[in-house]
Each structure stands twice: as C-alpha cells, then as structure tokens.
Ligand binder design. Structure first.
Ligand code: BGC
Length: 755
C-alpha cells in the first residue's frame, strides 16, 4: 500500500462538511446507508442487548447509532461502565468497519444524566418549570451536557417540549407544565444549555461539553385521551398550532438540532408516519433542517398498534417517506427492511440518502470523525465530572427555586429549635425524590433525603416513622406517637418513581403498587389517613408533596397549616426542602400547572377558550376554578404589585407603524417587598384580546420575570412582550396579530393597550 496516498476526502479534517459528506455518501453501499440511519440499545438489561450483540449488528448491518446507557432504571450504570461501553463500541466502529464511520451515542438525560450513578440529578420538568427561570434552566442544561459528554454520549433526548394539559397523564412530570409560553421559554433555554452557541462544523467542531438537543415529542403529545399515554391527541388545527406546536417553534428558533415525533396519532395520522407533520409542518413550514429521530418503537407501532401500515416493511417505508431520519432502536430488522425496500424499488434511494446526509452532518459537525476513538471518554474524568460539587450546587439552586409554597398560616418558616417528627412514604426515599427517568435504586446516588436534611437543619430532636408506604399503612400508630411528642410534624407524601404509564415493573425493577393511577389524582387512602391521624394529635402538620403531577389535596388545603409542593426535586431536593421549611430558602416557586379540585373538572388550564354560559353566569360554576391556579405560590414575605403601565413601542423603522406584529408592548409594574424578609417575586403578565376574529383564551401567559427584593425595597420591573406573542395561528392564514384592544393583567392590576 502506498502510504503517501492521500486519505479519502471524508477523512480530511480540512475539507468542508459538504465535501466530506458527498465523498463518503458516494462510497457507501445501500446496506451501509441503511445501517447508518439505524440505532440499537445496549442498556443494562445485558441479557437481551449486550455489547457483543451491538458489535454483531455493526458488522452485519452497519448500525450508526447506539445507546449503551442504563435505561429503565433497573440497575445503576456506573460512569466507569458507561465509558468502557462507549469506548469499546466506538473503537470497534472506527477500526473494525470498512469505512470507519463513528457511532453516535444517545441518552435520555432529561433532568440530569440520571441513569448513571453519581450524576447530578435536577428536579424533573415540572419542578424545573416552577422556577420560571430560563437562565437557571439553561445553566442546569449546560451541566447535564457536560456530564453526558463526559461519559461519551453525544445526543440527549430532550428537552421535552410537550405542553402538559392533562394531569392524569403519566408523563406530565416531564413537562414544563400547561402554558405554551412558559414551556417555549424553558425549552429554548434548555436547547441553549445543551447545545451552546451552535454545534459547530467540521472545521470548528462544537464545544466538547455540549450535546445535540432533541425537541420531543412533535407535534402534540400532552393531552392524550383519558390521560392514557400515547392515546390519540385528536386536536383541531387551531389547538395544535396555538397550544402544542408553538413551544416547538421556540425550540427551533434556539437552533435545536434534532426532533423526535410523538407516539400518538392526530387526525388519524400517527406522527411517525405523518408526512404532513414531519416533512410538511416541521421542515417546509417551520424550516427545520436537522435530523428527526424516531421514538423507541415508534416505527413498529405503525403496523403493530396504529395499523396504518400493513407490515413492518410498510411502516418503515411510511416513516422514512414522512421524514423520520433515524430509527432510534430499529436494530438490525429496520436496516434490513430499508435495504429490501430500496432494492425492490419501494423506497427511493434519494429518500434514504437525505437521511444519511443529515446523520453524517451531525457526526462531522461534532468532530467525531476527527477524534481518536480512544479519546471518546475517560473513566477518571467521568467519575470526577459526574456530581462535581459545582454541578450539585447548580442542582441545589434549581431545587430551591422550584419549591412552591401552596399554603402557610404562619407556621413556616420553622425556627430551627423545634423537635420535629418526620413521616410519610417520601421522607426517606432517594429514588422517589429523583422520580422517573432516573435510576430506580439509590446505590451510588449522591444527595440527602428530606429526613436526613431535616436532621441537619434543626437543633431539636428528630423522630422518624414512615407510617405508610405509598399506598399501604405500615405503622400509623407509631407515627401518631412520634408526632405527639414533637413540636411540628413534617409529612412527606406523594408519588413514587414512575415513567409513562406509571412504572411497569419490568422497567422499574421495583414494585410500584397500585398508586398512582390515571383516574385518581388524590393521595391513596393510606396517606390520607396518616395525615388525618397525625393532624388529630394537635401537633401542627407541614405537608410536603413529592409528586410529579398536581394532586388533589383539598382536605389538606383546608386543614393543615402549611403545604409545600416539592415536585420530584432530584439529588439536592432533600436539602432544598429542609432549607425551605427552616427559612434558609424563601420559597419562590410558582405552579407551572393548575391543581384541579376534582378529576371531574378536567381539563383545567388557565388559558381555556372563552365560551358562553347559556343559562346565565350565575347558575354556571366558573369553568376555571382550580384548587390552586396556574402561577400560584406563596412567599415568606409580602409583595405588592402596583402601577401597571403598558406602552406600545414601534418596531423596526418603517415597518413598525404599519404592522402590529413588529411592535413590542412594554409592560411595567412596581413591585414592593412590604414584608420583613427578602424574597423573590415572579411578575406574570397575562393577556387577552378583547374582540378577535376567532375565539381566544380567556387569558394567557405572555411574559414573566423574577425580581429579588430586600424588605422595604421596591423595583420597577419591565417585561417586554413582543406583540407577535399576542397573536395566534389562524387556520388557513397562518400567524396573525390582529389590530385592536388587548387587556393585560399583572397580579390584581390590569390595563388595556391598542395595537
Ligand atoms: C420515550 C422517549 C424517550 C425514548 C428513549 C420513549 O419511550 O417516549 O421520550 O426518549 O423512550 O428512552
């Protein structure tokens, strides 16, 4: 062999990404192309998918994606195991295959790299959203990206951009809640945190601490029928565009490089087979240029469940023609079908090439071709990076800011001298504290439980008895005795670890009992009895809810003096709860989702469409009458919001005067801290169009900002609201901002502007 021969163009770091892609694509056989757009899983369930299986699939089917991480949570994968797996597979792909194309590794690090023991685990989506803090969420995502990359993975299956419109749905905890605006802001922040400025290109690869973000699950997933996961989301175009697609647009604006379709169907079209939604809406209309990855089994569902495809091959063809680029866990059968379809003339090779190009582009942009496979990741560095103290500090900040005080008659904050009784099923359970999409065992998980953190926080005595499991009494009498002796009883109640449809045991590897269920948003009887009995002792009760969804806690709302929503707060959640109870942290979280009074009232969201009450408003209960409204959250101090003013500023010169969409509404209010402690207030701006060509929401969130004030301090807070946000998608016309009057509300203040 002539060792002076130039390496092929695709191996030359100096060539442009386009030149390298063209050159490589030319060299690939149909089978290599088909494999390049197919992935496999090598999770901890090693008996079904071990690394040798992955290597065999790479040999035989040329797979281009792999997921060697610990999905399902049955076992904690250590950072060392993760790095070793990544390195072994990458070396194999680079050195033992004809073209040496690197693998791309993907992972679900949706609230931290939480399937790896030792990782920093942030609050799950709903808790993160309760911070209303895009900068904080961006910083948290950057930490996650660093930890993910430290174990050698490149693509994160997040952010979740679903709008959570039904609290019965088992995935509502992953969402940023019910408001398209809040979801959009936070999803965009996560994209920036994961990807950084941009993903680079082959000449200047991206920051090695960044990962490809995946906006999921497109176009609408968050309001499934009956709250049942993956059931149809049969919405009108109006609702599809204005509620569900809107936040995806924000993620696209932030440059998200990948999108994952939803499992469900819309208008009878499963998203994975919908050319209208993927090629049409996503690519042509919204201008997405990245790669679409299937959800796991999303392609198989086409023939197995939706039955819009005759067989697997037909489903593969449909998905590819619709615009799915990567079959995330298609394994060898997917790649085989693609080859057959191309050979039989049933799938245009150009369609396959289009997907291969997109995949190769990411790999070149990330610099994977120019990296020594041995340098994919480093065990020692991974161990050091995961759970680094600066990372955990960031998680603590997020957990603190998520704490949402629902009730307080003055019992909180505690002084720190009390004898405390700690009870409830979630007081001493790190796994429940992390929530789903995390390891389901606490081996090697950093962080303190609520009980441990309370022990550190009080100078008094702490007694502990769980009283119940999530749904079975253990020893309620012991809890009652403990509470009687104490100055205050803290009961950490709520839900356990679950994903999708509440933690199928096969995935969870742990018993999850009968609770939670879709139809029941109340705590199970065992937990309710515990609260009642402890309350009867006369010792004041603080309820702490460790839960992924809004729970109907009407009895507690009425009877116990203090109630704190902690969500699934992550590794630092125990400390954040204790700090909040004892006043080291002033609670500033605000509900990102409404808490209903009753399951029968669903749906309950703040931005429902206006409608008539034909028999007269007096006889008709309010349509939106939740137990706690969207945006609710108390502080340890008191804020006053006064002097709301809104002015319409013209946009870019020449255009502004004519086009309302180009304008910005400057909303300003005076916020004063009139209490005696420092605190953080969230200014929430709601808008409603007075008269419109279509029925519009009664009101909807259009802007927000946080302000931290010392006692006696006041500040004028200005929230710019681009007028475009006041508009809506009008079927057949597109996005419109209509002229006319808009009412703006902040706290109790309101004003009107004319556009
Ligand atoms: C979920 C996705 C996730 C994928 C890979 C699916 O079941 O719907 O959100 O990214 O699994 O774990």
């Amino acid at each position: 062999m002539d060792d002076r021969a130039e390496p092929p163009t695709y191996r030359q770091g100096g060539a442009s990404t386009d030149e390298r892609i063209d050159d490589l694509l030319d060299r690939m056989t149909p089978a290599e192309k088909a494999g390049q757009v197919t992935g496999t899983w090598a999770g901890t369930l090693r008996e079904t998918h071990d690394l040798d299986d992955v290597k065999a699939a790479i040999d035989e089917r040329h797979l281009g994606f792999a997921a060697p991480f610990g999905w399902g949570g049955a076992l904690a994968t250590t950072p060392e195991d993760a790095v070793a797996a990544v390195e072994e597979l990458q070396t194999y792909a680079r050195e033992e295959t004809r073209l040496g194309i690197p693998l791309l590794f993907s992972v679900d690090a949706v609230h931290g790299h939480a399937y790896i023991s030792g990782a920093t685990v942030f609050p799950n989506g709903l808790g993160a959203a309760a911070t209303w803090d895009p900068e904080g969420i961006e910083a948290a995502a950057a930490v996650t990206a660093r930890e993910v990359r430290a174990t050698g993975a490149h693509q994160n299956y997040g952010p979740t951009v679903d709008v959570g419109r039904d609290p019965r749905w088992g995935r509502v905890f992953e969402t940023f809640g019910e408001s398209p605006h809040l979801v959009g802001e936070l999803a965009a922040a996560k994209v920036r945190g994961y990807q950084g400025e941009d993903l680079g290109d082959s000449a200047a690869p991206s920051d090695p601490d960044r990962v490809v973000a995946t906006a999921k699950h497109f176009p609408a997933y968050g309001e499934p029928e009956r709250g049942e996961d993956a059931s149809p989301v049969d919405v009108s175009e109006y609702k599809l565009r204005n509620t569900f697609v809107r936040p995806f647009e924000r993620a696209l604006d932030a440059g998200v490089a990948s999108v994952m379709p939803s499992y469900n169907s819309i208008n009878g079209e499963p998203s994975h087979g919908s050319a209208a939604h993927l090629d049409g809406l996503l690519r042509e209309e919204l201008g997405f240029e990245g790669h679409v990855v299937s959800d796991w089994n999303g392609i198989r569902h086409l023939h197995e469940d939706h039955r819009t495809a005759a067989d697997h091959a037909d489903g593969v063809r449909q998905a590819r023609e619709a615009g799915v680029d990567v079959a995330s866990v298609g394994h060898a059968p997917h790649a085989e079908r693609v080859v057959e379809l191309v050979e039989d003339g049933d799938l245009d090779e150009a369609t396959l090439d289009r997907a291969v190009r997109r995949v190769l582009r990411v790999k070149f942009d990330l610099g994977l071709f120019d990296q020594d496979p041995e340098d994919t990741a480093d065990e020692a560095a991974a161990v050091e990076t995961l759970g680094a103290s600066a990372h955990r500090d960031r998680a603590l900040e997020t957990a603190r800011d998520s704490m949402t005080l629902l009730e307080n008659d003055g019992l909180l904050p505690l002084s720190g001298d009390e004898d405390v009784f700690v009870g409830g099923p979630n007081a001493d359970d790190l796994v429940d504290q992390l929530g789903g999409w995390s390891v389901a065992r606490d081996d090697g998980v950093p962080g303190e439980t609520i009980r441990e953190a309370i022990e550190d926080a009080t100078a008094g005595d702490v007694a502990y008895a769980p009283g119940t499991t999530l749904d079975e009494p253990v020893d309620v009498d012991e809890a009652v005795r403990g509470a009687r002796e104490a100055d205050v009883a803290v009961l950490a109640l709520g839900e356990g670890w679950y994903i999708h449809e509440f933690g199928p045991e096969a995935l969870a590897g742990s018993e999850t009992g009968d609770w939670p269920t879709r139809g029941d948003l109340r705590l199970p009887e065992a937990q309710r009895e515990l609260v009642r009995r402890v309350h009867e002792t006369g010792t004041p009760v603080v309820g702490v809810l460790v839960a992924g969804r809004p729970l109907i806690v009407d009895w507690m709302a009425e009877h116990v003096p203090a109630l704190l929503m902690a969500y699934f707060p992550g590794t630092e959640g125990g400390v954040a709860v204790a700090e909040t109870l004892f006043g080291g942290n002033g609670p500033s979280g605000r509900l990102p989702i409404s808490v209903p009074r009753d399951e029968g009232d669903l749906p309950q969201y703040h931005d429902a469409l206006a409608h008539p009450t034909p028999i007269g408003a007096d006889e008709h209960p309010d349509s939106y009458d939740p137990l706690y409204p969207f945006g609710h959250g108390l502080s340890y101090t008191d804020f006053e919001t006064t002097d709301l003013r809104a002015t319409v500023e013209k946009g870019a010169e020449g255009k502004g005067a004519a086009d309302p969409a180009e304008r910005t509404v400057r909303v300003a209010v005076e916020v004063s801290n009139v209490g005696d402690r420092a605190g953080t207030e969230t200014v929430q701006v709601y808008a409603s169009q007075r008269h419109a060509s279509r029925v519009r929401p009664v009101r909807s969130l259009v802007g927000f900002d946080r302000v931290t004030l010392d006692p006696g301090e006041r500040e004028r807070v200005e929230v710019p609201v681009p007028a475009e946000r006041l508009g809506f998608h009008k079927p057949r016309e597109g996005r419109v901002v209509e002229s006319g009057a808009y009412r703006l509300d902040v706290a109790e203040e309101s004003t009107t502007v004319d556009l």
